[in-house]
Design a protein around this ligand. Sequence first.
Ligand SMILES: Cc1cc2nc3c(=O)[nH]c(=O)nc-3n(C[C@H](O)[C@H](O)[C@H](O)COP(=O)(O)OP(=O)(O)OC[C@H]3O[C@@H](n4cnc5c(N)ncnc54)[C@H](O)[C@@H]3O)c2cc1C
Length: 397
Amino acid sequence: MTIEFEFTPEQAALRETVRAFAQKEIAPVVAEIDETESFPAATVARMQAEGYFGVPIPEEYGGLGLGKIGYCILAEELGRVDASHVAIVAAHTSLGAAPILYYGTDEQKRRWLTPASQGKKLLAFSLTEPGSGSDSGALKTSAVPKGDSWVLNGTKLYVTNGKEADTVLVMAANDVKKGPHGGITAFLVDKGTPGFRVGRCEKKMGLHGTSTAELILENVEVGPETVLGGIGMGFRAAMTALDVGRVSLGAASLGGMQAALQEALSFSQNRTQFGLPISEYEAIQFKLADIEMHIEALRYLVYHSAAHQDAMGHDPTKWSRGDREKKTREAAVVKCLGSEWAAEAIDEALQIHGGLGYIRGTPIERAYRDARISEIFEGTNEIQRVVIARDLIARGA
Ligand SMILES: Cc1cc2nc3c(=O)[nH]c(=O)nc-3n(C[C@H](O)[C@H](O)[C@H](O)COP(=O)(O)OP(=O)(O)OC[C@H]3O[C@@H](n4cnc5c(N)ncnc54)[C@H](O)[C@@H]3O)c2cc1C
């Protein structure tokens, strides 16, 4: 097992440019986005122009070709500044674009992946329904054949980018008797397709820059060219997407933890109580040290699993069962630990701020609200533990 690696010069350069971009373009608007609960269309457009919506996608499909490692660098650096921007990029890249890269035909890659990676189209991913969240294989949206075409009917819930996306990857049941593997198909559904519309957009505790939309499908007729990966392959495509997403979520948590540490460190060195900066007190120092330890540990976990995904390549037919299982296990570990360590770090950083940490509009208060979702979406942390435990029992190790 190799765990030492160097970032390539291109990946190192990406970190520098994204860091500078995030400070210059995103940091000044974060508070306003949170306050007004609005999608950051201007900064998203600038990020699309920079190629940030195609970082792990090969250059032949319009991306930057910097792999999952490059993608995690992007998520980490954006995560330092604003969780909403990461969520918008991640819903598009890990959940929308990666499945097309893995399972799409040449024609689908040309039609959907290339413009998405070039930042000309925004993607979303739609698995969750009112009656099926963790048990996503029990989804009810139906796909009924009509000649060569398919007719989709159902309601999807909580779709990130659902309001703004040009194309949504919609998982629908083609045959409930077959269960998730074989019975669920993924369709690339363009906005504007008759019968496909955005319903309610949720008000949320955090991630105020993202839309979280209900999508309604009423007799939506789509052609055979919209089927991704073949009939019955939708669940596998969705789970593969989530493996990518969970690692990038860990990277975003890593960025969020570093920002929280920075805030806490700076505050503690400037806040004097009982005649000393509070950073002089061991109770405060131990909190800072605990955050730093988790940052160090998470950095290894994130980039180790990203490197493993890069080494596997993007042709699922070439993946061994062992590699596939390892990828899923690693992604679950990174997502679960990353989100919990980030929640803990931000909570402690808030505590270090005393009363100020509870005041609306401070960066640490916003970070506290934004971070909570990471323990829930892309599979709750209970589900990550189910994934890890099942794998452990199957391997008998
Ligand atoms: C802001 C936001 C953005 C989202 N973005 C998207 C998106 O872009 N696309 C998309 O498809 N979905 C998205 N989701 C949905 C999200 O992935 C689900 O909310 C999540 O998977 C949990 O599903 P649920 O809400 O139905 O909870 P439930 O599945 O009903 O779970 C409720 C509780 O029961 C626990 N539980 C359930 N089953 C088990 C079990 N077997 N063992 C132990 N505990 C269990 C859960 O962990 C949880 O604590 C988003 C959600 C939010 C809030």
